[in-house]
Design a protein around this ligand. Structure first.
Ligand code: ADP
Ligand code: GLC
Length: 473
């Protein structure tokens, strides 16, 4: 089966969060399973671009609204990622250093999608599936059906995966002229709540819709930033498929970012050595438990309550633990966290920024990982933590609920709590401290249990294949 994935991110080419991880892994494992999966994404100015070899595959000329542009399609030469990777180069629009965050993002990503369809119009064959990820590629299902220029493509089945419905790509109707001429009778298929809503349009127009855990799919019907009713109406074409993790990249036995590797037998020793290194670097006492938080410092992740929560932690549990935070996002939260770490130097350290290597060392060297997310469609951090024998402390929501079982239950291995609140976080830190201080034997058992988990992509791939097969004509 030939599957084309369209995405704004793909690890290691460009990654901001979990979307990048998923689009870097899913096609690789689809190829391993004998399919022909490819990724098409924008060409940004990233280190990956300079480190690899490219061939120019196609040159075209098209427009987004009244901006006419030339675009080029570059193909990565050596199958470095385990699948064919194509970059769409649009001078002046896509070729920037950051993935998102520019005022003209709507125009940039609409141009990307138009260039892709313009290019595909020239292919001699048709792929079996077009698989779009998140709102940056969400206009494709509509355009394939109702833009006159792409009517040749309307019989190719489309799948849309929602990684995060918090971001919908909303545009005013004044931007509708970005799209090549379309059947205006179909305006309702682009619209939600008076706006041009790319995410809503993909839910309406894609042949099937998936999201990244079953619990999140259920939550979307009552909590999805205004799309609740739409999910309720379209639920028959939606399915929740839990993400896998790239067990080759995230492997404690071979991880390129670690100085000490481990399997079950030597986990205690190697994890201890990695923890020692982290503690030396950040001047913590390694005999105390190490709690970590990694992620975007935004409201979805409940980052805004971390400063208050950790301030209380310092008073409730003085000298009993250390906290290491890696992330970036809301500036106020960044400032508050930095101030806190300044005040409690011996117990809290904050690294603002994006550091892939440090994140691996933290998953491996920590004792506990905290994820109090208000919304978590799947969540990969908790799966990486478990893969490295680190105990997850997560809010009972979305994919966190589907991947972590509380220790209070038979055979449980993590901590679940219900509210993104200072109280719940500290109650859970208290539970974790008790475990660490009084029952190392249980910690060892739980760690060994987690190290045996298999969250690899093989299972999820099968579910995606079933979705594809249900729509291939
Ligand atoms: P989301 O996609 O919502 O941000 P996920 O849990 O799915 O959340 O994935 C987050 C990914 O981004 C993980 O691979 C995590 O390790 C990584 N990550 C997030 N923030 C940072 C950071 N500051 N430095 C390094 N990696 C980070
Ligand atoms: C999103 C979600 C996260 C999920 C990731 C990959 O960014 O916020 O929960 O794990 O996509 O699907």
């Amino acid at each position: 089966m030939e599957i084309i994935h369209l995405s704004a991110e793909c690890y290691p080419v460009a990654k901001v969060g979990g979307l990048g991880d998923v689009v870097g892994a899913l096609p690789k494992y689809q190829c391993k399973a004998g399919h022909y999966a490819k990724v098409v994404m924008p060409l940004y100015i990233t280190p990956f671009l300079n480190k690899n070899e490219w061939t120019e595959d196609f040159t075209g000329h098209t427009n987004v609204g009244d901006r006419w542009f030339d675009y080029k399609i570059f193909k990565e030469k050596n199958n470095t990622l385990g699948f064919d990777l194509y970059l769409v180069d649009i001078n002046g629009l896509l070729d920037r250093e950051k993935v998102y965050g520019y005022d003209d993002d709507s125009e940039r990503f609409t141009a990307f999608q138009i260039a892709f369809l313009h290019w595909m119009n020239h292919w001699e064959h048709k792929p079996d599936i077009i698989h779009c990820h998140d709102h940056h590629t969400a206009l494709i299902p509509f355009m394939m059906k109702y833009c006159y220029a792409f009517e040749n493509l309307s019989d190719i089945p489309t799948v849309f995966t929602i990684h995060n419905a918090q971001y919908q790509g909303w545009m005013g109707w004044d931007k509708s002229f970005y799209l090549p001429e379309w059947d205006t009778w179909k305006k309702g298929l682009l619209e939600w709540d008076g706006l041009l809503n790319p995410l809503a349009s993909a839910i309406k127009n894609a042949w099937r819709v998936t999201t990244v855990s079953e619990s999140y799919l259920n939550e979307l019907s009552y909590q999805s930033k205004g799309l609740e009713q739409l999910f309720e109406m379209e639920k028959n074409k939606c399915v929740g498929i839990l993400n896998g993790i790239d067990a080759e990249v995230w492997n404690p036995a071979t991880d390129l970012f670690l100085d000490h590797h481990f399997k079950i037998k030597n986990a205690a020793k190697s994890k201890g050595l990695i923890k020692d290194e982290l503690c030396r670097k950040f001047q913590f006492d390694p005999s105390k438990p190490l709690f970590i938080f990694i992620g975007r410092l935004v409201a979805e992740k409940a980052a805004d309550i971390l400063p208050d929560a950790f301030l209380s932690t310092m008073y409730l549990f003085p000298n009993r633990l250390n906290i290491l935070i890696l992330g970036s996002g809301d500036e106020l939260v960044e400032q508050q966290l930095l101030k806190l770490s300044d005040h409690f130097k011996d117990h809290i350290h904050v690294e603002i920024g994006y550091q892939e290597a440090l994140s691996h060392q933290m998953y491996a060297g920590a004792d506990f990982l905290l994820m109090p997310s208000r919304v978590e469609p799947c969540g990969l951090n908790q799966m990486y933590a478990m893969r490295y024998g680190t105990i997850p402390m997560v809010r009972n929501t979305g994919g966190l609920r589907d991947t972590v079982k509380d220790m209070g239950e038979e055979d449980g291995w993590g901590f679940l709590f219900n509210h993104a609140s200072v109280e719940d976080i500290n109650h859970t830190i208290g539970r974790a401290l008790e475990l660490y201080e009084t029952d190392q034997e249980k910690m060892k058992k739980v760690r060994e249990k987690m190290l045996r988990f298999d969250h690899s992509w093989e299972n999820s791939i099968q579910h995606y294949m079933e979705v594809y097969e249900s729509i291939i004509v």
